[in-house]
Design a protein around this ligand. Sequence first.
Ligand SMILES: CC(C)(COP(=O)(O)OP(=O)(O)OC[C@H]1O[C@@H](n2cnc3c(N)ncnc32)[C@H](O)[C@@H]1OP(=O)(O)O)[C@@H](O)C(=O)NCCC(=O)NCCS
Length: 171
Amino acid sequence: MTTTESPIHLRSPEARDGKTVWELVRAGGTLEANTPYCYLLLCSHFAENCIVAEKRGEIVGFIMAYRPPSDPEAVFVWQVGVAPAGRGQGLATKMLDRLIAQPGNFDARFLIATVDPDNAPSNKLFAAFARGQGATLETETGYGPELFPPGHAPEPLLRIGPLPTRARNSD
Ligand SMILES: CC(C)(COP(=O)(O)OP(=O)(O)OC[C@H]1O[C@@H](n2cnc3c(N)ncnc32)[C@H](O)[C@@H]1OP(=O)(O)O)[C@@H](O)C(=O)NCCC(=O)NCCS
């Protein structure tokens, strides 16, 4: 018997996706869950910088990102998550590859992200993305523990680039 895997569709989010992204963050157990309104704002104000992955009409992965006004050549990946059942199959890498061709990001020269040094899957993900783009990955200080309430891990900043020139994807 052969089984046919449902295709995964990558697209920009819409306002109505914000609450589902929030639910995925809570279910994933690793990311700091922010308010539902925060995800709604990212999915609407920054829709052209963000991406969601849909399978059979359900959101199974997301990247919340934006262009920091203080670093206009960069796209900042704030949170990336894949539903537990879909991990380890290359989805996050695919989303990052597509993210940098999104209408809001195709001209960014760097992808930046802060990553908990103890989060191995996340560190491996960004290393794999940098390799795939033929880009250098450098670690900067980012945000130290003194900037957070007690108990929050520091957030060193990864800077990946320069990214290759690419076409704008408007799917
Ligand atoms: C981090 C996360 C998004 C990765 O998603 P994914 O779709 O499983 O990642 P991919 O399948 O594209 O794998 C990317 C790389 O990470 C590695 N990786 C994935 N899961 C891993 C794990 N549990 N342990 C070690 N390495 C792992 C893969 O081997 C691959 O590296 P390679 O190309 O060198 O082999 C996912 O694990 C997740 O949602 N975690 C919870 C949320 C989180 O921690 N987000 C990151 C902080 S912003």
